[in-house]
Design a protein around this ligand. Structure first.
Ligand code: ATP
Ligand code: MG
Length: 317
């Protein structure tokens, strides 16, 4: 079983309008689609599509929280959310006739320290049957910035593998607890280390630095250029075949989901990276976030190349 944690879940509302957004006027929406949102929900959908048991978890509150749980259930996912007073957020994405997307992200209400204490207790029960736990995204207001450090430490002490995918201060604090895997993109990596990470050599050096801090798998996602993995068996670059991407939102979440599946199945590093690069590329071919067509995955997988970039003396274990 894999648990995906989304502390700042949301109901994502996709508004389709045929014209263009005109500020200061009344706009009529043609169609509206609600989805259970937040990065960990994307991760969970991908894990399910990969064929593994998954349980999404997080915080849910108010009527939007109830809708979030219902949408999760409609996705065929058996979620276990901890209830808080703060109403769950809505995030609105307006897709106009010119194929442009304009997003409005609600700030969300504050969650109290007492509620987080209760969450911590319930989360231990939620994780009972898990071998792998993923933690994704931002946190609601009121939640301490070192929450992922505390959570990673706890989950590791329960003998489970942890993948952390977040950014900024939350990532900086979280890596202090040495999660089994992190998956920053170049921008997140650059913010974390406080220097530009532009070339493949920069990425390699940055990933090595984090690996040497005790993070077993450092995966840096590079968009259409694939991903770099540094682990105890070396430095690998996974390169996807050229594809016609239609929606790259949630590609990083798909990669996290695929690695969680690979950990669960005991894949080696090369196989894990190849699988994750293929799954995330397949997500880019779907217009839905955190979704892929299994036939696309089968088509892409054989075209993923794995290059070994290891220079033995650069690895210290
Ligand atoms: N255009 C593309 N073609 C092929 N594969 C892609 C493409 N875009 C993304 N991917 C795959 O998805 C992975 C993750 O993408 P990306 O680096 O954009 O993550 P991200 O910025 O964390 O995304 P998000 O947080 O929105 O989910 C990449 O490492 C790559 O394997
Ligand atoms: Mg990301």
């Amino acid at each position: 079983m894999i648990i995906t944690l989304t502390l700042n879940a949301a109901v994502d509302k996709a508004y389709h309008i045929s014209g263009v957004v005109e500020p200061g006027t009344v706009m009529r929406v043609d169609t509206c689609r609600n989805t259970a949102g937040g990065k960990g929900l994307n991760v969970a959908r991908v894990i399910k599509l990969c064929g593994e048991d998954v349980m999404p978890s997080g915080l849910a509150g108010g009527r939007t929280g109830a809708l979030l749980e219902q949408l999760t259930y409609q996705d065929g996912l058996n979620g276990r959310f901890v209830h808080v007073d703060a109403e769950t957020r809505c995030c609105i994405n307006i897709l106009d006739g010119k194929n442009r997307s304009t997003e409005f992200l609600e700030p969300g209400e504050e969650v109290t320290a007492q509620e987080m204490e209760r969450f911590m207790q319930e989360f231990e029960k939620i994780c009972t049957d898990a071998e792998v736990v993923t933690m994704s995204g931002s946190v609601p207001r009121g939640v301490r910035k070192d929450i992922y450090r505390i959570l990673v430490e706890r989950v590791k002490s329960w003998g489970k593998k942890v993948i952390l995918d977040t950014s900024g201060e939350l990532l900086k604090e979280g890596i202090e607890a040495a999660p089994d895997m992190i998956k920053p993109n170049q921008e997140e990596l650059s913010m974390l280390l406080g220097r530009p990470v532009t070339t493949l050599d920069d990425v390699k050096a940055a990933a090595m630095e984090l690996y040497n801090k005790g993070i077993g798998h450092v995966v840096v996602s590079l968009g259409r250029d694939g991903a770099l993995l540094v682990c105890d068996q070396g430095i690998l670059h996974g390169i996807p075949p050229r594809i016609k991407a239609v929606n790259t939102v949630g590609c990083g979440d798909s990669m996290v989901g695929a690695f969680a599946v690979a950990f669960r199945r005991g894949y080696g590093p090369k196989e894990s990276l190849k699988y994750a690069v293929a799954v995330s590329a397949a997500n880019a071919l779907s217009d839905q976030t955190g979704h892929f067509e299994p036939e696309e995955l089968e088509r892409i997988y054989p075209g993923v190349r794995i290059q070994d970039l290891t220079v033995s003396e650069t690895l210290s274990d």
